[in-house]
Design a protein around this ligand. Structure first.
Ligand SMILES: C[S@@+](CC[C@H](N)C(=O)[O-])C[C@H]1O[C@@H](n2cnc3c(N)ncnc32)[C@H](O)[C@@H]1O
Length: 329
Protein backbone atom coordinates (compact mmCIF):
# COMPACT_ATOMS: atom_id res chain seq x y z
CA UNK A 1 0.00 0.00 0.00
CA UNK A 2 1.32 3.49 -0.86
CA UNK A 3 2.43 5.58 2.13
CA UNK A 4 -0.32 8.01 3.08
CA UNK A 5 0.09 11.78 3.22
CA UNK A 6 -0.15 11.82 7.00
CA UNK A 7 2.41 9.04 7.43
CA UNK A 8 4.79 10.74 5.01
CA UNK A 9 4.72 14.02 6.86
CA UNK A 10 4.89 12.58 10.38
CA UNK A 11 7.72 10.25 9.35
CA UNK A 12 9.57 13.34 8.11
CA UNK A 13 9.27 14.83 11.58
CA UNK A 14 7.26 17.86 10.48
CA UNK A 15 5.25 18.91 12.30
CA UNK A 16 6.84 17.52 15.44
CA UNK A 17 4.04 16.26 17.66
CA UNK A 18 4.50 16.69 21.42
CA UNK A 19 6.00 13.60 23.09
CA UNK A 20 3.28 13.41 25.73
CA UNK A 21 -0.43 14.18 25.96
CA UNK A 22 -3.47 13.09 24.00
CA UNK A 23 -3.87 13.77 20.30
CA UNK A 24 -7.32 14.64 18.94
CA UNK A 25 -8.25 13.02 15.60
CA UNK A 26 -11.38 14.64 14.22
CA UNK A 27 -13.20 12.62 11.57
CA UNK A 28 -10.82 9.86 10.39
CA UNK A 29 -12.60 7.12 8.43
CA UNK A 30 -12.62 3.35 8.84
CA UNK A 31 -9.66 2.86 6.51
CA UNK A 32 -7.64 6.05 7.21
CA UNK A 33 -3.94 5.25 7.61
CA UNK A 34 -3.11 6.30 11.19
CA UNK A 35 -0.02 4.10 11.51
CA UNK A 36 2.35 7.03 12.13
CA UNK A 37 0.44 8.12 15.24
CA UNK A 38 0.89 6.70 18.78
CA UNK A 39 -2.40 4.79 19.08
CA UNK A 40 -2.50 4.81 22.88
CA UNK A 41 -2.44 8.64 22.90
CA UNK A 42 -5.05 9.15 20.16
CA UNK A 43 -8.63 10.20 20.90
CA UNK A 44 -10.79 9.65 17.82
CA UNK A 45 -13.97 11.65 17.30
CA UNK A 46 -16.18 10.03 14.69
CA UNK A 47 -19.97 10.39 14.58
CA UNK A 48 -20.71 7.95 11.71
CA UNK A 49 -21.38 4.58 13.30
CA UNK A 50 -19.71 2.21 10.79
CA UNK A 51 -16.48 4.28 10.81
CA UNK A 52 -16.66 4.73 14.59
CA UNK A 53 -17.00 0.98 15.17
CA UNK A 54 -14.28 0.09 12.65
CA UNK A 55 -11.81 2.47 14.33
CA UNK A 56 -12.74 1.14 17.78
CA UNK A 57 -12.10 -2.38 16.44
CA UNK A 58 -8.64 -1.17 15.34
CA UNK A 59 -7.97 -0.36 19.01
CA UNK A 60 -8.57 3.41 19.04
CA UNK A 61 -10.30 5.20 21.90
CA UNK A 62 -13.38 6.56 20.07
CA UNK A 63 -16.08 9.05 21.03
CA UNK A 64 -18.74 11.14 19.32
CA UNK A 65 -17.52 14.44 20.79
CA UNK A 66 -14.14 15.78 21.85
CA UNK A 67 -13.19 16.04 25.47
CA UNK A 68 -10.08 18.23 25.62
CA UNK A 69 -7.58 19.58 26.23
CA UNK A 70 -5.22 17.87 23.79
CA UNK A 71 -1.51 18.17 23.06
CA UNK A 72 -2.18 18.34 19.28
CA UNK A 73 -5.03 17.91 16.82
CA UNK A 74 -5.44 16.37 13.38
CA UNK A 75 -8.51 17.35 11.38
CA UNK A 76 -9.57 15.07 8.51
CA UNK A 77 -11.45 17.43 6.27
CA UNK A 78 -15.11 16.48 5.69
CA UNK A 79 -16.93 17.31 2.48
CA UNK A 80 -19.20 20.02 3.92
CA UNK A 81 -17.23 23.29 4.00
CA UNK A 82 -18.98 24.79 7.04
CA UNK A 83 -18.41 21.62 9.01
CA UNK A 84 -14.72 21.60 8.06
CA UNK A 85 -14.33 25.19 9.18
CA UNK A 86 -16.04 24.54 12.49
CA UNK A 87 -13.86 21.45 13.14
CA UNK A 88 -10.69 23.49 12.50
CA UNK A 89 -11.93 26.26 14.81
CA UNK A 90 -12.87 23.68 17.43
CA UNK A 91 -9.45 22.01 17.18
CA UNK A 92 -7.86 25.40 17.94
CA UNK A 93 -9.91 25.78 21.11
CA UNK A 94 -8.95 22.28 22.29
CA UNK A 95 -5.16 22.38 21.91
CA UNK A 96 -2.29 24.82 22.34
CA UNK A 97 -0.14 22.60 20.13
CA UNK A 98 0.02 22.00 16.38
CA UNK A 99 -3.14 21.65 14.30
CA UNK A 100 -2.77 19.46 11.20
CA UNK A 101 -5.44 19.52 8.47
CA UNK A 102 -5.50 16.65 5.97
CA UNK A 103 -7.87 16.33 3.03
CA UNK A 104 -8.59 15.34 -0.52
CA UNK A 105 -8.93 17.81 -3.39
CA UNK A 106 -12.44 16.46 -3.96
CA UNK A 107 -13.31 17.43 -0.37
CA UNK A 108 -12.15 21.02 -0.91
CA UNK A 109 -8.71 21.01 0.76
CA UNK A 110 -7.33 23.55 -1.73
CA UNK A 111 -10.08 26.06 -1.15
CA UNK A 112 -9.79 25.55 2.63
CA UNK A 113 -6.07 26.30 2.36
CA UNK A 114 -6.83 29.42 0.31
CA UNK A 115 -9.24 30.67 2.99
CA UNK A 116 -6.83 29.88 5.82
CA UNK A 117 -3.68 31.40 4.32
CA UNK A 118 -4.49 35.07 4.99
CA UNK A 119 -5.65 34.27 8.54
CA UNK A 120 -3.02 31.99 10.07
CA UNK A 121 0.75 31.56 9.82
CA UNK A 122 1.16 28.16 8.16
CA UNK A 123 4.14 26.13 9.35
CA UNK A 124 4.22 23.76 6.37
CA UNK A 125 2.30 21.76 3.81
CA UNK A 126 2.66 18.74 1.53
CA UNK A 127 0.73 17.67 -1.56
CA UNK A 128 0.36 13.96 -2.24
CA UNK A 129 -2.19 11.45 -3.48
CA UNK A 130 -4.75 13.94 -4.83
CA UNK A 131 -4.78 15.94 -1.63
CA UNK A 132 -2.86 18.11 0.78
CA UNK A 133 -1.94 18.29 4.43
CA UNK A 134 -0.88 21.50 6.15
CA UNK A 135 -0.26 22.56 9.72
CA UNK A 136 -0.05 25.61 11.93
CA UNK A 137 0.12 26.48 15.61
CA UNK A 138 -3.24 26.75 17.39
CA UNK A 139 -4.63 30.29 17.13
CA UNK A 140 -7.61 32.43 18.21
CA UNK A 141 -7.85 33.90 14.72
CA UNK A 142 -10.43 31.34 13.56
CA UNK A 143 -12.93 31.81 16.39
CA UNK A 144 -15.53 33.12 13.92
CA UNK A 145 -15.41 29.76 12.06
CA UNK A 146 -16.98 27.98 15.03
CA UNK A 147 -20.34 27.66 13.31
CA UNK A 148 -23.65 26.90 15.01
CA UNK A 149 -24.19 23.30 16.07
CA UNK A 150 -27.70 23.28 14.66
CA UNK A 151 -29.32 25.22 11.83
CA UNK A 152 -32.95 26.30 11.68
CA UNK A 153 -34.43 25.83 8.19
CA UNK A 154 -37.80 26.54 6.53
CA UNK A 155 -40.65 24.66 8.16
CA UNK A 156 -39.19 25.06 11.65
CA UNK A 157 -36.89 22.02 11.26
CA UNK A 158 -33.50 21.68 12.96
CA UNK A 159 -30.57 20.38 10.90
CA UNK A 160 -26.78 20.68 11.24
CA UNK A 161 -23.82 21.33 8.95
CA UNK A 162 -22.79 18.18 7.11
CA UNK A 163 -25.97 16.10 7.64
CA UNK A 164 -27.94 14.86 4.64
CA UNK A 165 -30.19 17.57 3.17
CA UNK A 166 -29.09 20.18 5.72
CA UNK A 167 -30.58 23.10 3.79
CA UNK A 168 -34.13 21.86 3.35
CA UNK A 169 -36.49 18.94 3.03
CA UNK A 170 -35.28 16.39 0.45
CA UNK A 171 -37.69 16.32 -2.52
CA UNK A 172 -37.57 12.51 -2.73
CA UNK A 173 -38.55 12.18 0.93
CA UNK A 174 -41.33 14.69 0.39
CA UNK A 175 -42.67 12.57 -2.49
CA UNK A 176 -42.49 9.42 -0.36
CA UNK A 177 -44.20 11.06 2.65
CA UNK A 178 -47.06 12.17 0.40
CA UNK A 179 -47.43 8.67 -1.07
CA UNK A 180 -47.70 6.66 2.15
CA UNK A 181 -51.01 4.97 3.01
CA UNK A 182 -53.27 6.29 5.77
CA UNK A 183 -52.34 3.36 8.03
CA UNK A 184 -48.89 1.82 8.45
CA UNK A 185 -49.44 -0.44 11.47
CA UNK A 186 -48.37 -0.41 15.12
CA UNK A 187 -44.62 -1.12 14.82
CA UNK A 188 -42.72 0.75 12.12
CA UNK A 189 -39.20 1.95 11.30
CA UNK A 190 -37.55 4.69 9.30
CA UNK A 191 -34.20 3.32 8.14
CA UNK A 192 -31.58 6.03 7.57
CA UNK A 193 -33.87 8.49 9.31
CA UNK A 194 -31.53 11.50 8.94
CA UNK A 195 -32.81 14.56 10.79
CA UNK A 196 -36.28 13.03 11.02
CA UNK A 197 -38.43 14.55 8.28
CA UNK A 198 -39.99 11.25 7.12
CA UNK A 199 -40.50 10.09 10.69
CA UNK A 200 -42.30 13.28 11.65
CA UNK A 201 -44.61 12.82 8.66
CA UNK A 202 -45.19 9.13 9.48
CA UNK A 203 -46.22 10.04 13.02
CA UNK A 204 -49.20 11.97 11.64
CA UNK A 205 -50.82 8.47 11.77
CA UNK A 206 -52.64 7.42 14.93
CA UNK A 207 -52.26 3.68 14.32
CA UNK A 208 -48.50 3.83 14.92
CA UNK A 209 -47.55 2.76 18.44
CA UNK A 210 -43.76 2.67 18.05
CA UNK A 211 -41.55 4.24 15.40
CA UNK A 212 -37.88 3.28 15.34
CA UNK A 213 -35.60 5.92 13.83
CA UNK A 214 -32.39 4.16 12.79
CA UNK A 215 -29.54 6.40 11.69
CA UNK A 216 -25.74 6.04 11.51
CA UNK A 217 -24.93 9.77 11.71
CA UNK A 218 -24.98 10.77 15.38
CA UNK A 219 -25.32 14.46 14.53
CA UNK A 220 -28.34 13.84 12.29
CA UNK A 221 -29.93 11.71 15.00
CA UNK A 222 -29.46 14.51 17.54
CA UNK A 223 -31.34 16.79 15.12
CA UNK A 224 -34.06 14.15 14.76
CA UNK A 225 -34.53 14.22 18.55
CA UNK A 226 -35.29 17.93 18.24
CA UNK A 227 -37.61 17.46 15.25
CA UNK A 228 -39.50 14.38 16.46
CA UNK A 229 -40.63 14.93 20.03
CA UNK A 230 -43.51 12.41 19.88
CA UNK A 231 -43.05 9.84 22.66
CA UNK A 232 -43.80 6.97 20.26
CA UNK A 233 -40.36 7.58 18.70
CA UNK A 234 -37.32 5.43 19.59
CA UNK A 235 -33.90 6.62 18.46
CA UNK A 236 -31.15 4.19 17.47
CA UNK A 237 -27.61 5.23 16.56
CA UNK A 238 -26.87 2.19 14.39
CA UNK A 239 -25.62 0.76 11.11
CA UNK A 240 -28.82 -0.44 9.41
CA UNK A 241 -27.53 -3.73 7.93
CA UNK A 242 -26.30 -4.85 11.37
CA UNK A 243 -29.04 -3.31 13.53
CA UNK A 244 -30.45 -5.74 16.10
CA UNK A 245 -34.11 -4.89 15.68
CA UNK A 246 -36.06 -5.16 18.93
CA UNK A 247 -39.36 -6.35 17.38
CA UNK A 248 -40.79 -7.46 14.04
CA UNK A 249 -42.22 -4.59 12.06
CA UNK A 250 -45.46 -3.86 10.23
CA UNK A 251 -43.86 -1.31 7.95
CA UNK A 252 -40.42 -0.05 6.99
CA UNK A 253 -40.16 3.33 5.28
CA UNK A 254 -36.91 4.60 3.82
CA UNK A 255 -35.05 6.91 1.54
CA UNK A 256 -31.88 4.80 1.53
CA UNK A 257 -28.38 6.24 1.17
CA UNK A 258 -27.01 5.98 -2.34
CA UNK A 259 -23.48 7.30 -1.88
CA UNK A 260 -20.35 6.11 -0.12
CA UNK A 261 -18.32 9.31 0.12
CA UNK A 262 -18.62 10.87 -3.34
CA UNK A 263 -19.23 7.61 -5.21
CA UNK A 264 -22.77 6.47 -6.11
CA UNK A 265 -23.12 3.07 -4.44
CA UNK A 266 -26.39 1.15 -4.97
CA UNK A 267 -24.95 -1.71 -2.85
CA UNK A 268 -25.81 0.28 0.27
CA UNK A 269 -29.44 0.64 -0.79
CA UNK A 270 -29.55 -3.08 -1.57
CA UNK A 271 -28.22 -3.86 1.92
CA UNK A 272 -30.98 -1.68 3.38
CA UNK A 273 -33.60 -3.60 1.34
CA UNK A 274 -32.25 -6.96 2.55
CA UNK A 275 -32.26 -5.68 6.15
CA UNK A 276 -35.86 -4.43 5.80
CA UNK A 277 -37.00 -7.83 4.53
CA UNK A 278 -35.48 -9.48 7.64
CA UNK A 279 -37.17 -6.99 9.99
CA UNK A 280 -40.70 -7.21 8.57
CA UNK A 281 -43.54 -9.46 9.70
CA UNK A 282 -44.82 -11.76 6.89
CA UNK A 283 -47.69 -9.29 6.44
CA UNK A 284 -45.39 -6.27 6.63
CA UNK A 285 -44.61 -3.84 3.84
CA UNK A 286 -41.67 -1.78 2.67
CA UNK A 287 -42.02 1.70 1.22
CA UNK A 288 -38.98 3.25 -0.37
CA UNK A 289 -38.09 6.15 -2.60
CA UNK A 290 -35.11 6.22 -4.93
CA UNK A 291 -33.68 8.13 -7.84
CA UNK A 292 -35.33 6.68 -10.92
CA UNK A 293 -32.06 5.38 -12.37
CA UNK A 294 -31.09 3.34 -9.29
CA UNK A 295 -31.43 -0.40 -9.94
CA UNK A 296 -33.23 -1.67 -6.84
CA UNK A 297 -35.90 -3.79 -8.51
CA UNK A 298 -33.76 -6.96 -8.74
CA UNK A 299 -32.95 -6.93 -5.02
CA UNK A 300 -36.59 -6.15 -4.20
CA UNK A 301 -37.74 -9.02 -6.43
CA UNK A 302 -35.39 -11.41 -4.60
CA UNK A 303 -36.54 -10.32 -1.14
CA UNK A 304 -40.28 -9.74 -1.67
CA UNK A 305 -43.03 -11.64 -3.48
CA UNK A 306 -44.78 -8.50 -4.69
CA UNK A 307 -43.27 -5.18 -5.80
CA UNK A 308 -45.13 -2.24 -7.34
CA UNK A 309 -44.32 1.32 -8.28
CA UNK A 310 -46.80 3.26 -6.19
CA UNK A 311 -45.88 6.78 -7.30
CA UNK A 312 -43.19 8.65 -9.14
CA UNK A 313 -42.09 11.43 -11.43
CA UNK A 314 -39.26 11.76 -13.92
CA UNK A 315 -36.65 12.00 -11.11
CA UNK A 316 -37.86 9.60 -8.41
CA UNK A 317 -39.84 6.39 -7.96
CA UNK A 318 -41.75 5.28 -4.87
CA UNK A 319 -41.71 1.48 -4.58
CA UNK A 320 -43.92 -0.63 -2.36
CA UNK A 321 -42.88 -4.20 -1.58
CA UNK A 322 -44.99 -6.82 0.23
CA UNK A 323 -44.67 -10.41 1.44
CA UNK A 324 -41.00 -10.65 2.42
CA UNK A 325 -39.63 -13.97 1.24
CA UNK A 326 -36.72 -14.09 3.72
CA UNK A 327 -38.35 -12.93 6.86
CA UNK A 328 -36.20 -14.95 9.28
CA UNK A 329 -33.55 -13.21 11.41
C1 LIG B 1 -30.92 9.68 1.59
S1 LIG B 1 -30.68 10.06 3.28
C2 LIG B 1 -32.34 10.13 3.92
C3 LIG B 1 -32.44 10.87 5.22
C4 LIG B 1 -33.83 11.10 5.76
N1 LIG B 1 -34.62 9.88 5.82
C5 LIG B 1 -34.57 12.12 4.94
O1 LIG B 1 -35.53 11.75 4.32
O2 LIG B 1 -34.17 13.28 4.93
C6 LIG B 1 -30.02 8.54 3.90
C7 LIG B 1 -29.61 8.56 5.37
O3 LIG B 1 -29.03 7.28 5.67
C8 LIG B 1 -27.97 7.49 6.59
N2 LIG B 1 -27.05 6.32 6.50
C9 LIG B 1 -26.05 6.11 5.61
N3 LIG B 1 -25.49 4.91 5.84
C10 LIG B 1 -26.15 4.36 6.88
C11 LIG B 1 -26.02 3.13 7.59
N4 LIG B 1 -25.10 2.22 7.22
N5 LIG B 1 -26.86 2.88 8.61
C12 LIG B 1 -27.79 3.80 8.98
N6 LIG B 1 -27.96 4.99 8.36
C13 LIG B 1 -27.14 5.26 7.32
C14 LIG B 1 -27.34 8.79 6.16
O4 LIG B 1 -26.60 9.37 7.23
C15 LIG B 1 -28.58 9.61 5.77
O5 LIG B 1 -29.07 10.35 6.84
Amino acid sequence: MATSRLTTLLDNGTPRLPDTGRILLLGPQADTDLSALPRDRCHVVQTFRPDHDALAARGFDCATAPDGPYAAAVVFLPRARELGQSWIAQACTLTDGPVVVDGQKTDGIESMLKHLRPRVALDGQISKAHGKAFWFGSTDALADWAGPETLGIDGGWHTAPGVFSADGVDPASQLLAGSLPRKLGPAVADLGAGWGYLSARMLERDDIQTLHLVEADHTALDCARLNVTDDRARFHWADVPGWEFPERLDAVVMNPPFHTGRKADPALGRAFIAAAARMLKPTGQLWLVANRHLPYETELGERFAQVTEAAGDNRFKVLQAQRPTRARR
